[in-house]
Design a protein around this ligand. Structure first.
Ligand code: CP
Ligand code: NVA
Length: 312
């Protein structure tokens, strides 16, 4: 009730609060602390409107390893968009934390958070993009081929024109890859995202192709990648989708036009329909390295969001 405290005790708490606020907001002190552990004294709010294994664990573990405090906020736990508008939540959460990361349904939600938050906002997956996953995928390719040996290689994405496809479209040309995207009729990537990919490919002088023909996409490819045909939130469309995607499963037979040393990527979680066991569990499959790299790339990205006052 505070009735059980003396005046001195209450004043004491207020004075310590003012001192803590000064200490944590002082640039010099933050820099000093980060020399010991880069994220010491910093916290990252992790908002999840959808399930997650890799993203949650890679962020929680990675931030902890750097001395920071990850705070998991599931959709049942906070007021996000239920009793309080997203914009009011963003204003409040960014008063407590150094970074906000959010996994949302509509991409507009993460954009709204970003526009109202006073700290950096990271997209941990929206219905349109999955950028953190692409960092891990690109790291995996860089490790596998070597830094100097990635440009000019060809990636074939076969499957749903979803958040993963979109992130490949915006990221692969930027890093000098050629990209072919094969999606069935009615499930193509969005036109505005295709435009972003074409613009980037033109700047970089790489090829980009959108087709409904999976064989055309994999012809001469170095990397074949797919994702689930039924993303989170689309469970009720399962039957229609299984029918529409018939013929798009990644198998050795389907990939016979690819380069003989082609490799396979998948962000996980995987369901058997989009890729055969024979490919998924083969030596071509880099999916476990790809999953591990979620953590190293998440750590790098959170550090980058802290700017120059983090000492590495
Ligand atoms: N790849 C990925 O984002 O997995 P989770 O949904 O388990 O986080
Ligand atoms: N496209 C999938 C990716 C999961 C990591 C989904 O949105 O559910």
């Amino acid at each position: 009730t505070l009735d059980d405290f003396t005046e001195e005790e209450v004043e004491g708490i207020l004075d310590v609060s003012i001192e803590l606020k000064r200490w944590f907001k002082s640039g010099d002190l933050r820099k000093e602390a980060s020399a010991l552990q880069p994220l010491l004294g910093r916290s990252v709010a992790l908002i999840f409107q959808k399930r997650s294994t890799r993203t949650r664990l890679s962020m929680e573990t990675g931030i902890s390893k750097l001395g920071g405090q990850p705070i998991f906020l599931g959709s049942d736990d906070i007021q996000l968009g239920v009793n309080e508008s997203l914009s009011d939540s963003a204003r409040v959460i960014s008063r407590f934390n150094d970074v906000i990361a959010a996994r949302v349904f509509g991409h507009h939600s993460v954009e709204e958070l970003a526009s109202l938050s006073s700290v950096p906002v990271i997209n941990m997956l929206s219905d349109k993009f999955h950028p953190l996953q692409l960092l891990a995928d690109m790291m995996t390719l860089k490790e596998y081929y070597g830094s100097e040996n990635t440009k000019g290689r060809t990636i074939a994405y076969v499957g749903d024109g979803n958040n993963m496809a979109h992130s490949f479209v915006v990221t692969s040309p930027k890093l000098g890859y050629n990209l072919r995207v094969a999606t069935p009729n009615g499930f193509s990537t969005l036109e505005d995202v295709q435009e972003m990919g074409r613009r980037e490919a033109k700047n970089k002088g790489t090829d980009i192709l959108f087709t409904e023909d999976a064989q055309e996409a994999v012809e001469g490819a170095d990397v074949i990648v797919t994702d689930t045909w039924i993303s989170m939130g689309q469970e009720s469309e399962k039957n229609a989708r299984l029918k529409a995607f018939d013929g798009y499963q990644v198998t050795n037979e389907m990939a016979k036009g690819a380069n003989s040393d082609w490799i396979f990527l998948h962000c996980l979680p995987r369901k058997p329909e989009e890729v055969s066991d024979e490919v998924f569990y083969s030596d071509r499959s880099l999916v476990w390295d790809e999953a591990e790299n979620r953590m190293w790339t998440a750590m790098a990205y959170v550090l980058m969001c802290q700017g120059d006052d983090v000492v590495l």
